[in-house]
Design a protein around this ligand. Structure first.
Ligand code: ANZ
Ligand code: ZN
Length: 857
């Protein structure tokens, strides 16, 4: 049996699509647009399976929408700045630009082999000065509008990468790339004022109905709006107050201590006269700054000997500690501890012997016996032991306590946010230069816009750690644009998340020179209708982009708040892991099953230990190279397997059996069309609307049902369900042996629907099959999506009346279009009709198809 010649076929169609510029989009206000975007890749050197899955999904949507008549924009580019390029420069001595552009060239070819319907004419690389020039201009606009500022702040310092990391880039106290334990340092940094939009970034999440709820929840938590109160505690025996922020003013009567952040001003002041405290503080500051870190650390405190008065009762005095679990940059950097109703406070109280006073009584609990064990009680209930708050539930208690604080002048209601302004300064070379100049006399001076871009110097030295821009002999030395005195350029570059915060807008007008994009282009194409990417970007990139879009709007570049109307986060690709006897990871390509079915090494047939199925990763060596698969089976096989195996939001386990299955199906489909195509009437021959017989009618029904279902499944991105439906349809076509010309025409109708609907998923094979079906004049990619005829979707029977001697005696259900003979037989067999005929033979039977049967006796 012949095999489908995928290699020649895929190359052929890719070439034709490219030559005919099938996927190059142009804004056209007379047509509805659809913008499909997959998160653009970092040019690491090779594409991986996760990319293939991501781009395939996006491509299915793009091709579907295209076939449905939308003007589709489906662009691709490169998130090209970042650390790996510098690491390559350090390790291999290649210039970051050389490394990056070589990787882009290689990955572009790999990506083209997947056969996606991409508009390559809009390709961008963010390291291109033509791109970052606009980023610099927008930064200056934002600076002017106060959306950007510089301040001295504690930063997360990655000692290996020698750079500052955003909080989001610190995972469990370690740098997200280097894995090094993060240190704290104080530096002057540039910030985007993302907090200016905190309220809006939060409330607009409710309107993002086509976003996964889990992503919206993650963003809500990240923004972290907390309503509560600011409370002032007077110090005993000295001047001064400690202000705390609490979300639980209702629990004030359960307070048993006050705790300050190690870097709270009062802590610092006390430490000046107390060496032991100074040591304690220094030790605390050595730990990480991330919340996760603080959360998992053992709670530790230092008793300062000071006391505070309770705001509701000056008789109550509370000891003041410095504690490692209080953060300076949240709330006021000080808390009151209520051990009964907060777990951290409880852990702390148990350790330092502070009382645990429950003040919220759980429903049904007995106030005389209720006690707190190892766990704080954080649920609702009635307040007790709380004087004027007694009997209230938690919500009313909060309100009442806040009123009282305000009346006494000891506090007021307050809202705080977990969200922090976005620190974007990085002490790295391979990033977008921040376009300002530091002048001794004038301070910070923006680079005049006509001097943009501030380009990176090419001749840089990577032989020492730190920022090569800082060490460059000439680059940073410039004259102040304002006073002309010798000044120096900012040598920090942007966090690469800045580039990815607006690339989707650049794609609307990728070659604009004066502006990052024209307003008209942005107005037509934006927002992105369907964005697809990994869940790992649920907060970072997606939140920054939402902010940046608002900031661009504020600066007049466009008129939009939400950049991504629809979001889909796909699952990961997993694969079994393998080790050799010595415990070294083995690649999937290094193992096979022997004749007994056991895993052994390809070379030497040594025993292999098969491990768990895990996310494909270089460290576990369980990756499969997409290029190998595409060369061995073709892109369509890889695409089909990716789409059909699991729901797209779930992880997909890559297996050889799965790929083989897809490959076999591709061949089966090819043979089916090849065999049938020889007997079909020419394209455009309609199958008759009626008289197809039972088998034919059933097939036509299935065709239309499949059209309706596949369309709706694909629109909901249920690719695996769509594939299953199409496979059922192809089974039905296989089982249908056409004999009459009408049946041949129906076979064409069914095959064409099948091929067109498979088009978005396996575009090369279907383009070939479309040709095979005789369509010489129009490519499949230019063929409209089929529309289901509702007539073939409704129930396939009719109810007709049976009369005996002119009198209505029964109703029977018949298949629509049912023949006279069958109708007559069914009518005469009906018990009610037989009773009416009273044993006499029929003299005459008149059948009006689909309407009535008249029996005369
Ligand atoms: C007293 C109290 C009693 C609290 C109680 C909680 C439960 P969210 O919801 O995350 O905003 N807190 C305030 N500032 C803090 C800081 N800088 N570092 C560490 N913890 C801080 O959390 C607000 C609660 O976290 C506040 O309410 C405060 O503890 C603590 F039964 O105040 B609470
Ligand atoms: Zn100056």
């Amino acid at each position: 049996m012949s095999r489908y010649p995928f290699r020649a076929t895929e190359a052929k169609w890719q070439k034709i699509w490219q030559e005919r510029r099938c996927f190059e989009a142009a804004a056209d206000p007379s047509r509805p647009k659809y913008y499909v975007l997959e998160m653009f890749p970092y040019p690491s050197g090779r594409i991986h399976m996760g990319h293939v899955r991501n781009y395939t999904m996006g491509d299915v949507v793009a091709r579907l929408k295209r076939a449905q008549g939308f003007n589709v924009l489906h662009p691709m580019g490169w998130d090209a700045f970042g650390l790996p390029a510098e690491n390559a420069a350090i390790q291999k001595g290649v210039h970051p630009a050389t490394w990056t552009y070589a990787n882009i060239a290689e990955m572009r070819e790999q990506m083209k082999a997947i056969g996606c319907s991409l508009d390559w004419s809009r390709e961008i690389a963010t390291c291109d000065p033509a791109y970052y020039k606009h980023e610099q201009a927008m930064f200056l606009d934002m600076l002017e509008r106060g959306l950007v500022y510089r301040k001295e702040s504690w930063v997360n310092w990655d000692p290996v990468d020698q750079t500052v990391l955003a909080n989001e880039q610190v995972i469990d106290g370690r740098g997200w790339r280097s894995g090094a334990l993060v240190e704290r340092r104080k530096l002057s940094q540039w910030f985007f004022r993302i907090t200016a939009f905190a309220e809006e970034l939060l409330s607009a999440l409710d309107r993002l109905e086509r976003w996964p709820e889990k992503v919206r929840l993650m963003q809500r938590n990240w923004i972290g709006k907390s309503t509560g109160a600011r409370v002032r505690f007077d110090l005993v025996g000295r001047e001064g107050v400690i202000e705390v922020f609490t979300t639980r003013p209702d629990t004030l009567f359960g307070a048993s201590f006050i705790a300050l952040a190690p870097d709270h001003p009062l802590s610092a002041e006390l430490a000046r006269r107390d060496a032991a405290l100074a040591d304690f503080i220094a030790e605390c500051l050595r730990g990480g700054t991330s919340e996760a870190e603080i959360e998992t650390q053992e709670k530790r405190g230092f008793d300062t000997g000071l006391h505070c008065r309770h705001p509701f009762d000056p008789e109550i005095e509370l000891p003041v500690y410095v504690a490692n679990f209080v953060l300076m940059d949240y709330g006021t950097g000080a808390i009151f501890g209520c051990p009964a109703h907060d777990q951290r406070d409880l852990d702390f109280a148990r350790k330092y012997g502070r009382p645990v006073i429950p003040v919220v009584l759980p429903p049904d609990a007995d106030p005389a016996t209720f006690t707190i064990g190892a766990e704080a009680y954080v649920g609702d209930g009635r307040l007790y032991r709380s004087r004027f708050l007694d009997g209230l539930d938690v919500e009313s208690g909060k309100r009442r306590a806040t009123e009282e604080l305000e009346r006494l002048g000891r506090g007021q209601g307050e809202t705080t946010w977990r969200l922090r302004d976005w620190g974007v300064s990085r002490q790295r070379y391979w990033g977008c230069p921040i376009p300002v100049i530091h002048c001794e006399r004038c301070g910070i001076v923006p680079v005049p816009k006509e001097q943009l871009p501030v380009e990176l110097p090419h001749d840089v030295d990577f032989s020492r750690p730190g920022n090569p821009l800082d060490r460059h002999p000439t680059w940073k030395h410039v004259d102040c644009p304002r006073c002309g005195a010798p000044a120096r350029r900012e040598t920090d570059t942007f966090d690469t998340f800045v580039e990815s915060s607006w690339y989707f807008a650049r794609f609307c007008d990728a070659h604009a020179t004066e502006l990052p994009f024209t307003r008209e282009a942005a107005a037509y194409w934006l927002p992105v209708d369907q964005y697809i990417g990994g869940i790992e970007h649920a907060v970072l990139h997606l939140l920054y982009s939402r902010f940046y879009t608002r900031a661009m709007s504020a600066c007049g570049y466009l008129d939009l708040d939400e950049p991504f109307a629809g979001l889909f986060t796909q699952g990961m690709i997993t694969h079994q892991t393998f080790k050799d006897e010595a415990g070294n990871w083995l690649e999937p390509a290094e193992v096979v099953r022997d004749s007994a079915g056991n895993w052994v090494t390809v070379r030497g047939q040594r025993p292999v230990i098969a491990g768990r199925v895990e996310k494909m990763s270089k460290s576990k060596r369980n990756t499969v190279d997409p290029t190998t698969i595409i060369e061995g089976y073709g892109a369509d096989t890889a695409r089909l397997f990716m789409l059909s195996d699991s729901p797209p939001e779930r992880d997909l386990e890559w297996t050889d059996a799965g790929v083989d299955g897809a490959w076999r199906y591709i061949n089966r489909l090819w043979r089916l069309v090849e065999e049938r195509s020889t007997q079909l009437p020419p394209p455009g021959t309609p199958a008759p609307a009626a008289g197809l017989g039972e088998k034919g009618t059933a097939l036509r029904r299935q065709v239309h049902k499949t059209i309706a279902q596949v369309t709706s499944e694909l629109e909901r991105l249920h690719f695996n369900k769509a594939v299953a439906l199409l496979r059922e349809l192809s089974n039905a076509i296989e089982a249908f042996a056409p004999e009459t010309p009408a049946e041949q025409a129906l076979t064409r109708e069914a095959l064409e629907a099948l091929v067109v609907m498979f088009g978005p998923m396996i575009p090369h094979l279907t383009e070939e099959l479309w040709r095979l079906l005789g369509h010489e004049d129009r490519l499949l990619v230019d063929t409209p999506w089929p529309v289901a005829d509702p007539a073939w979707l409704v129930a396939d029977t009719v109810t007709i009346a049976v009369q005996v001697n002119g009198k209505r005696r029964a109703e029977i259900e018949l298949p629509r279009g049912c023949g006279r003979e069958e109708a007559e037989a069914r009518a005469l067999a009906d018990p009610a009709v037989q009773r009416a005929m009273d044993g006499k033979p029929p003299r005459r039977v008149v059948v009006v198809p689909d309407k009535i049967v008249n029996v005369v006796v």
